[in-house]
Design a protein around this ligand. Structure first.
Ligand code: ARG
Length: 832
């Protein structure tokens, strides 16, 4: 503001007045000159003033003009941004696939062809009705259109309508067109017209069965690939019962996503047989075949998903006479070979009179055996034995029934004389006995997808003595010879013959053979170590002998990578670049008592080079161990929920001591969860992760595989091992440690483990300390329990952090997956 007072324009009039006064009085040449000069000066000043004014005017306008220009540019940019970004983003198409039954209408074969005039007129009529319903609903502004894609019929009568529905929704309003909301509009509209107890009401003037209405959110890509005009849709029809209709699909066949719609005659169901599928295993990210029990890719109707190559043929059935195969095949030589059939629905009720002969009487099989189990089914078997002293025994191959608890049954449920059991898959044989003369068994499918079929042989058994004299009754229901109890071998397949055994006597000097547990177990049990001699002689195989590559076995149980070639083919010393860390600081330096965390201390750089931190969607979720250049092993429960099974959401941090300082970050290509993993019991809690790329070998000082033990590998009782991870330091802890923690724990005998927890499977191993002070905790799951069989030897992965009751509680040890039980399973993937 101050500068305004010195504006030259305002000072000028005063000067002018004084000069004019003088000029009137003096009229000489000088005065003339002076006059001219003054005049000139005055003019100059005026010009100057004018110029100044002009300059100022220009400046002001320049400011105004540029402000306007900037304003215009901003407006222009904003509009462009809105047109090209926001508008496009905020208006998204939301796609739904749906179906309902139009009742009281006769189905005619012409409806099967979308180009027939009959189809077109029927479709138009339905489409108009649906559109009218939605146009007068709360979401009318968002509704775009409905496309009727197929009309089919089944034994329930009428016409089944399959349709797509498209909404265009500003992103903020997407909740308004949720799956439930959209189907509620249709259902409500029918509901108001329902009369009596009938499920058929009216959608305007269209008779619709309210129970048949099903609407699912779908993918735009599925819509574009199945909608009319797409080159990659095929419709096939099986009209003759059981006749095989061949199905061959190749990747050169069409686009990325292709659909094959299968229909069979009314009253039949579709059975698909997959002879082979050649695809890249990629966790369904690139290649996949999804089978639906519908004609459109409806999420809730998905029957089965194949994401790995199929070499052994298998079949699966639909829940009705329609099925959809949805192929996603990337470039390359991908192919599918198989066929489909119309098969008749089965009445699954049998009444079985058990013969007096106690030997095997027959076999019961899951519905549609050997096809996979459909998601909906039920079967009843009614048994009657000949005497009240005889019950019914069922021997299952790889399936077990256990009493239902609060958790729902995931793999079928059974009603056995009114008592409910859950079925689950296991890797061994089990016997289920019902000690009653009349037994009614009802089986209900209860999985969302198609599952493995099962079969069981049935026979009678003596209720008062299930196993014959001289036999021992295992918890699996099997009967084994009494001599087999406590012989060091798991004859019962659940170790029930090997727990609570008193330590076998060491009959070192006697003529009878030494108990196998003492022979070549790496410890000198007899004077002079006589039990540890001749351990490299090749003999026959059993689970307590070391399997050489040649196929024969040696007695030395811990022959693997111990520095001595024991097998004739030296295979026990092959692949031993593992389990030998080179800590970059002296390990002793790291022990600072104040760091104790569930009994742990900070690890040092390079001490556990196989330790991996697994992050899901950016957060630490589990641990894992490096077992080869491209495979990690972890716990199945880290990946069991649907969201968690997507490999793209995971990152593996390798060669890391402090969170955030990984030497290598790896993406995951594929997650293989053990097929028998049981989320109720945590049995088979193991998973393999394949990396997208092998980790760089130059990092070997920081990243190194842990050795996988041999299936025969043993640890002496109370052997000390280390558990490592970035999990919580106590049960109540809220913050995760940043530095890798390690805690020393002792391996417990299986009997001690069972005393603490009750039922513990042979695939589990307990480790801890009686006080509970040292333990794993939440966040450590999937991480290693590393053990050295001998002082200074290599580190073996003996356990995978799995579960526990709380963390660090006294007499409640940590439970680990027993890795020796999974060596063949692991090798089948990593040496594929
Ligand atoms: N399930 C836990 C996890 O997800 C691991 C629990 C281990 N608990 C124990 N007390 N050892 O991280």
């Amino acid at each position: 503001m101050e500068t305004g007072q010195h504006i030259p324009d305002e000072a000028a009039p005063q000067d002018n007045a004084s000069v004019t006064d003088v000029s009137v009085e003096v009229a000489t040449v000088d005065a003339m000159l002076e006059k001219i000069c003054r005049k000139y000066n005055r003019r100059r000043r005026r010009v100057k003033k004018l110029k100044k004014k002009l300059k100022l005017w220009k400046l002001r306008h320049l400011v105004i003009i540029s402000a306007v220009m900037v304003f215009l540019v901003i407006i222009l940019m904003w509009s462009l941004l809105w047109v090209f970004t926001f508008r496009r983003e905020s208006n998204t198409g939301v796609y739904f696939a749906g179906m309902f039954r139009v009742a009281n209408v006769e189905f005619i074969p012409a409806y099967r062809h979308a180009d027939s005039s009959e189809f077109v007129s029927m479709a138009n009529q339905i489409q108009q009705v649906v559109s009218r319903v939605y146009r007068s609903s709360a979401v009318s502004k968002l509704y775009k259109h409905t496309v009727i894609s197929d009309l089919s019929n089944d034994d329930k009568g009428g016409v089944l309508v399959h349709f797509w529905m498209i909404f265009v929704v500003p992103s903020l309003k997407t909740p308004a067109v949720c799956e439930e909301c959209v189907s509620a509009i249709l259902k409500d509209s029918v509901l108001t017209s329902l009369k009596n107890r009938s499920s058929v009401g009216f959608l305007l003037d269209l008779p619709v069965d309210i129970d048949s209405i099903l609407i699912n959110v779908a993918l735009r890509s599925d819509y574009t690939s199945t909608a009319a005009g797409s080159e990659c849709v095929d419709n096939l029809y099986a009209s003759l019962p059981d006749a095989k209709v061949p199905l061959n699909v190749f990747s050169s066949w069409g686009g990325l996503v292709c659909h094959v719609k299968l229909t069979s005659t009314t009253g039949s169901i579709v059975r698909l047989t997959v002879n082979s599928l050649d695809i890249e295993p990629s966790d369904c990210v690139q290649d996949a075949l999804t089978v639906y029990g519908a004609l459109l890719p409806m999420r809730t109707k998905a029957l089965h998903r194949l994401c790995e190559a199929v070499r052994v043929p298998f079949s699966l059935v639909s829940t009705s006479n329609i099925m959809l195969l949805s192929f996603r095949l990337s470039q390359g030589n991908k192919s599918f070979r198989g066929f489909f059939q119309a098969i008749s629905e089965q009445e699954c009720v049998s009444v079985i009179d058990m013969p007096a002969d106690p030997t095997v009487a027959g076999e019961l099989r899951s519905p549609f055996y050997p096809s996979l189990l459909p998601p909906i089914c039920s079967c009843t078997w009614k048994f009657k034995t000949h005497s009240g002293a005889l019950g019914v025994a069922l021997k299952f191959q790889k399936y077990i029934l256990s009493l239902k608890d609060v958790t729902p049954c995931e793999h079928g449920w059974w009603k056995v004389n009114e008592v409910i059991y859950c079925g689950s898959y296991v890797s061994h044989t089990t016997v289920f006995r019902v000690p009653e003369q009349n037994v009614e068994l009802v089986f209900f499918c209860s999985s969302r997808n198609a599952e493995q079929p099962f079969a069981a042989t049935y026979s009678t058994f003596n209720i008062s003595q299930p196993c014959v004299d001289g036999q021992f009754l295992c918890s699996t229901g099997l009967c084994v010879a009494k001599e087999r109890r406590c012989d060091g071998l798991d004859d019962c397949q659940d170790e029930s013959d090997e727990v609570f055994c008193s330590k076998p006597i060491k009959n070192c000097g006697s003529s009878s053979p030494l108990h196998p547990l003492y022979v070549c177990n790496g410890e000198n049990d007899c004077p002079g170590g006589r039990d540890e001699t001749n351990c490299s002689l090749e003999t026959s195989c059993s689970e307590i002998r070391y399997p050489c590559h040649s196929g024969s076995c040696i007695l030395k149980r811990n022959a693997k990578c111990d520095g001595v070639p024991d097998c004739l083919d030296r295979s026990d010393e092959r692949d031993c670049a593992c389990g030998q860390p080179t800590p970059l600081k002296r390990v002793i330096d790291s022990i600072r008592p104040q760091d104790r965390v569930v009994g742990g201390v900070n690890a040092v750089e390079g001490e556990w080079p196989w330790q991996v931190s697994l992050h899901f969607a950016g957060h630490l979720y589990c641990g894992a161990s490096v077992i080869s250049s491209e495979w990690l092993v972890s716990a199945a429960h880290c990946f069991s929920r649907e969201r968690l099974s997507d490999p793209r959401q995971w990152l593996a941090y390798l060669g890391m001591l402090t969170q955030g300082s990984a030497k290598h970050v790896a993406e995951i290509r594929r997650i293989v969860v053990h097929e028998y993993y049981n989320a109720r019991t945590f049995d088979y809690d193991v998973a393999l992760l394949q990396l997208r790329k092998a980790w760089p070998s130059a990092l070997s000082a920081y990243v190194q595989p842990v050795c996988l033990p041999a299936p025969s590998q043993t640890l002496p009782d109370s052997h000390r091992c280390w558990v490592t991870g970035w999990g919580y330091r106590s049960e109540q802890d809220k913050v995760l440690p940043t530095v890798l923690q390690k805690a020393e724990v002792s391996v417990l005998s299986q009997s001690a483990c069972k005393s603490a927890y009750g039922p513990v499977s042979p695939r589990m191993l307990c480790a801890g300390v009686p006080s509970g002070e040292q333990d794993a905790c939440r966040g450590d799951s999937g991480g290693p329990l590393s053990c050295r069989v001998s002082e200074g030897g290599r580190w073996f992965l003996m356990g995978i952090v799995s579960w526990g009751s709380g963390c660090g509680r006294p007499n409640l040890p940590g439970v680990y997956t027993r890795v020796v039980k999974f060596i063949y399973w692991i090798n089948s993937y990593i040496h594929d």
